[in-house]
Design a protein around this ligand. Structure first.
Ligand code: FAD
Length: 349
């Protein structure tokens, strides 16, 4: 298409999504409570999620609110097989991987895999001696990756998106080894290293970063301390307690949480190290609307004929979830605000 054109309509609904693919914009509105923004991030949303329409709407008189509310993951990996430009993937981890900061110190509870996403992000970005680094590390075993690693994104879960229960059962429960897409990442992913011994693994992890080098003795001491806790019936290790808790649920025991084992048990190996990046995802603020999804102007008055829904409207209202949100409930706000807009339109046209 060349040139400009004008299109008139009795009503316009803005449904253009968030800002995650625009790292400059993410950094500009980065919340103070989350410390310093990473200088390098990876992108967990399609390239079109660039926030452009938010600025266009603001220039047309819309009020944008709560722009510092956002949700990014700390378990991002570079995608070896991207679907869109700069496409990266989030690992949905089970509870057993050990998580280390850039200096090789184990993250404190409750910042354990799969626990508190924004809390972990805050810890990594506000702890003074690590805030300057943009990565952290998982150390795990082959046995853990097989049962506990899931990857976010429809193309990473063909057994689920196929809608065939048999494919799901075959891939997740009956087959040996990790699901195909996870296995492909351990083989091809630039953030994954595999080794038979810890010293070898740490050397390979260090080859993935310019600085700071990890000290194998520091990692070994922490891993052995965690491994010793496995033998204790009343373990004081919060992560080991969490593993046992998770396995009290039959579904998790069968399909999601590896049988507890020592990380340094050669029978559970080889060892795997994963370099984790901050991965941009959800925009919790945006165009302010009323309960009928009508976009409001800077005086708080509805702009005739203009509506905003979904992530562009902070999932409805300009930030309906507040500063935090229950994982996985974002789509609800998209559907709810779309329905409200539809109802308003049906009444107004
Ligand atoms: C990998 C992944 C996994 C997710 N998992 C979950 C989950 O488990 N649970 C959950 O609740 N949420 C999840 N989310 C978040 C959820 O998918 C999004 O918040 C939701 O899709 C946003 O919907 P939307 O319609 O507001 O925007 P989008 O789905 O982003 O759609 C925006 C549309 O606007 C178009 N557009 C953008 N800019 C312009 C422009 N300037 N002009 C014209 N058109 C434009 C785009 O092409 C696109 O079609 C996930 C997101 C991703 C990426």
């Amino acid at each position: 298409m060349t040139g400009e054109f004008t299109l008139s309509a009795p009503a316009v609904v803005l449904a253009t999504g968030g800002i995650g693919a625009n790292h400059e914009m993410v950094r500009r509105y980065w919340p103070e409570r989350m410390g310093t923004p990473p200088s390098s991030m990876i992108t967990g949303v399609p390239a079109y999620v660039d926030g452009r329409m938010l600025d266009i709407a603001a220039a047309a008189g819309v009020r944008l609110v709560n722009r510092d509310r956002m949700w990014h993951y700390t378990e991002g990996v570079v995608n070896w097989d991207p679907v869109w430009p700069r496409h990266a993937i989030r690992i949905l981890p089970g509870p057993s991987s050990m998580w280390f900061d850039a200096l090789g110190r184990r993250l404190p509870a409750p910042y354990l895999p799969g626990y508190d996403t924004l809390g972990t992000l805050r810890h990594l970005r506000t702890t003074p001696d690590i805030a300057g680094y943009d990565h952290s590390w998982f150390v795990l075993t082959q046995k853990i990756v097989e049962k506990e690693f899931a990857l976010s994104g429809s193309e990473q879960n063909p057994d689920i998106t196929s809608g065939r229960r048999s494919a799901f059962l075959r891939e997740r429960l009956l087959s040996r080894g990790a699901p195909g897409p996870v296995e492909a990442f351990t083989t091809h992913g630039e953030d994954f290293v595999v080794a038979d011994t810890l010293d070898e693994l740490v050397a390979r992890m260090n080859a993935l970063t310019d600085a700071p080098p990890l000290d194998p003795a520091l990692l070994r001491g922490q891993i052995e301390a965690r491994d010793r806790q496995l033998a204790h019936p009343y373990s004081k290790d919060a992560q080991v307690q969490g593993i046992h808790n998770a396995r009290r649920s039959l579904g998790d025991r069968i399909g999601r949480v590896a049988t507890p084992h020592r990380i340094l048990d050669p029978a559970a190996g080889p060892l795997i190290g994963v370099k984790l990046h901050v991965l941009t995802r959800k925009t919790l603020g945006g165009i302010q609307t009323d309960l009928g999804s009508r976009a409001l102007d800077t005086h708080g008055e509805p702009i005739p004929g203009l509506y905003a829904v979904g992530e562009a409207a902070g999932f409805g209202g300009g930030g309906v979830h507040g500063y935090n949100v229950l994982e996985g409930t974002f789509l609800g706000g998209c559907i709810f605000s779309g329905r409200a807009a539809g109802r308003s339109l049906a009444g107004s046209l």
